[in-house]
Structures are given as C-alpha cells and as structure tokens.
Design a protein around this ligand. Structure first.
Ligand code: NAD
Ligand code: TYD
Length: 351
C-alpha cells in the first residue's frame, strides 16, 4: 500500500506538454502519487519542474520507454492505477532526418508500455491507459473542413506515421486484450517551456538574438494553435471523465497562416523590446519542408459537448503571455540551447 488514493505514471513529464500536465496533477491532486518517467533527451529538462520537485506526492524516474525490461520492472515496483503517456520524439523536421528514432520511441516505446500495463493489470477494471496523440495522424486538409474523431487516418510525415501507428497499437490492445484506454488527438500547442525548435519559440528566440526568421515556403501553411495549459486541463478532464475506448479531439478553433502568425509575433516583440527597426525585417522565406502538410484544423465539439471542456485563452492573449515568459526566462533559453544540448541545437536549428 502506497498510502495514496492512486498512483499515476506520466511519461515524458520533463518535456513541454508533459511538464505542464505533471504540475497540474501534482498541485491539484495531493492524494495521488505522480511518477514522472522521462529519459531527459534534448527535449526533456528538469528545470521545467522546479516548482514541484520537492512535493511529497511526486517522484521522478529517469528511464527509457524503449527498454522493455526496464518498463516491466517499473510496473512491478509501482502499482500504477493509470498511465498518461506523453513521451515521444515530437518534431516533424527531426523525423525527416531520422525516422528510425521516431519508430523506436513512438512505436516500440508505446508497445512496451502497453505490454507492461496488459501484464501487470491483467483484467483489473478501473485502470486506464491514456495515450496522448496529435491531429497530424489525420493527414493534411485543403482549404476547408475539419478533422473529427471519425476522420480516417492519413499520416504524411515520419512523425505522424509513428504517432498513427502508436494510436493503432493502443486500440489493438483494447480490442484484443481488453485494456481500458483513451486516446486524445490535439492540435499544435504553444506556451512556456517549449523547446525552441518549434515555430513559435524558435521565432521568439531568434528575434531576441537578432537572427533571421526562417519561414518555410511562402508561409501559407495553416496550423490550429492551443495554449499548453488548456491542453493540460483537457487531459485532466479526459483522464477523469472520459469514457474507455473513446477518442477525443482537442483544439481551440484557432487557425493561423504561418506568415500571419509570425507577423503578429514580430509586432508583439517589437513593442516589448522597443525595437527601432521592426523584427519583420528578419523574416526570410526558406526552402519548404519536404511533404509539408498544408492545413490542420480540429473540430473539438465532442469534447466541449460531452465533457464541457473549453479553451480559456484568446490567441493574442496567449501569445503575449508566451512572449513575456520567454523574455523573463532567457536563462532557460540559454540552458536548453547550450551545454549538453549545444551540438544538437547548432547542427539543426541555429540560424
Ligand atoms: P517534447 O519533445 O517537448 O517532450 C517529449 C518528452 O519525452 C521529453 O521530456 C523527452 O525527454 C521524453 N522522451 C523522449 N524519448 C523518450 C524515451 N525513449 N523514454 C522516456 N522519455 C522520453 O514533446 P511535447 O511537445 O511535450 O509533446 C508531448 C506529447 O504530446 C507527444 O506524444 C506528442 O506527440 C504529443 N503532442 C504534441 C503536440 C505539440 O504541439 N507539441 C500536439 C499534439 C500532441
Ligand atoms: P512546427 O512548430 O514544427 O509544428 P508542426 O510541424 O508539428 O505543425 O511548425 C509549425 C508550422 O511552422 C509548420 O507549418 C512548419 C512551419 N515552420 C516554419 O515556417 N519555420 C520554422 O522554422 C519552423 C520550425 C516551422
């Protein structure tokens, strides 16, 4: 007996979204024990969790989900009531240069967790495997329409193919072995603690450093943006009130063309940094990403209607909060783009 009402394994809890989810659960549910399993790759950083690192209902475990024996032993050590699985390789550009790493972590890592859950939970009811996925599994939309939970999978990048495969494995374990599961597919997240390889923090970091702002192609691709704390709240809602075997799409009905978003970001940064020359002058249109999906747009009606979740922030407000956070935390930016991360960052992202 652990003395806690529930023990929950959160994987990838030192990453961008995972760290917000861990903090929300540790703070909101003192009767739960939260075990955060993370390999601390370039994308994982314990500084993201400073505010809760000494909490009595929190424990960090460093480990690799690709190591099946280790995962089995973790499930023997703890009596998990639930898993919220976020650990993944998460960046499309990296998946283009190194697809195998995505296959390993996202597919094999997920199957290792499913096996351990299946074997240690047997047919115990009330245990839940909650898999965090992306809207990119649905492929690319043209100018109109939305992804719903019924949209057929049509992944286009090695990243989305690996996430789609992991989603299929989760459903297969539900169907074949009776594992209780839920999957949610969310649109693009933004906010504090996002590694500066993704569009928004990369642009913020580059404006701070006076570096060029690389916009792929003509900047006409469209993404649907959600503030990360709204995603974390959705995960809390779905974990507690979602139904086993169901899929929930998460998004804020907030589509932006990349170039319009970058312009808005530059205007915010110009104001905050009191720049004489607008940072828009740093924009450079560069070679397009291979196989670049044109548009993503999520229909989150099911989540709103069935579970009452709604996004809390308008985009302009969320973007300003995000810029403020990065300006106040330049030390965090320095840390994640230097030291052990430096070689990787410079090879791939220093522009
Ligand atoms: P991230 O790259 O910031 O964090 C991933 C975390 O996983 C890191 O802490 C990393 O150390 C850890 N990790 C990687 N490989 C591991 C391994 N083999 N074993 C253990 N830990 C490992 O990613 P994120 O943006 O926070 O995304 C989290 C999840 O949400 C992913 O599953 C992603 O597919 C999904 N998602 C992300 C977005 C988005 O916009 N970022 C949108 C929808 C869904
Ligand atoms: P990204 O943040 O990598 O997320 P995803 O590919 O998962 O949607 O990219 C968001 C959009 O921004 C995507 O259309 C690619 C584009 N992009 C750029 O134009 N320049 C950049 O430097 C990056 C990283 C992305």
């Amino acid at each position: 007996m652990s003395g806690f009402e529930r023990q929950i394994l959160i994987t990838g809890g030192a990453g961008f979204i995972g760290s917000h989810v861990v903090k929300l659960f540790v703070n909101q549910y003192p009767t739960y024990k939260i075990i955060n399993l993370d390999l601390l790759t370039y994308a994982g950083n314990l500084e993201n969790l400073k505010s809760i690192e000494n909490a009595s209902n929190y424990e960090f475990v460093k480990g690799d989900i690709v190591d099946g024996d280790f995962i089995q032993s973790l499930f023997q050590k703890f009596d998990f009531d639930g898993v919220i699985h976020l650990a993944a390789e998460s960046h499309v550009d990296r998946s283009i240069t190194d697809p195998l790493a995505f296959l390993q972590t996202n597919i094999l890592g997920t199957v290792n967790l499913l096996n351990a859950a299946k074997e240690s939970w047997k047919s115990e009811s009330g245990k839940l495997f909650y898999h965090i996925s992306t809207d990119e599994v649905y492929g690319s939309l043209q100018k109109t329409g939305f992804f719903t939970e019924q949209t057929a999978y049509d992944p286009q990048s090695p990243y989305s193919a690996s996430k789609a495969s992991s989603d299929h494995f989760v459903r297969a374990y539900g169907n074949t072995y009776g594992l209780n599961y839920i999957i949610s597919n969310c649109s693009n997240n933004y906010g504090p603690y996002q590694f500066p390889e993704k569009l928004i923090p990369l642009m913020i970091n580059n404006v701070i450093g006076g570096k060029r702002l690389p916009v792929y192609g003509k900047g006409e691709n469209i993404r649907d943006w959600l503030y990360v704390e709204d995603h974390a709240r959705a995960i809390d809602t779905i974990y507690h009130r979602g139904h086993s075997g169901e899929t929930y799409n998460i998004g804020g009905f907030n589509e932006w063309k990349n170039i319009d978003l970058v312009h808005m970001l530059c205007e915010i940064m110009d104001k905050k940094l009191q720049l004489k020359d607008t940072s828009k002058n740093l924009i450079e249109f560069v070679k397009d990403r291979a196989g670049h999906d044109l548009r993503y747009a999520i229909d989150a009606t099911k989540l709103e209607k069935e579970l009452g979740w709604r996004p809390s922030l308008q985009f302009e407000e969320g973007l300003e909060k995000t810029v403020d956070w990065y300006l106040e935390n330049t030390q965090w930016l320095d840390h994640v783009t230097s030291g052990v991360y430096q070689t990787y960052y410079q090879e791939h992202y220093a522009v």
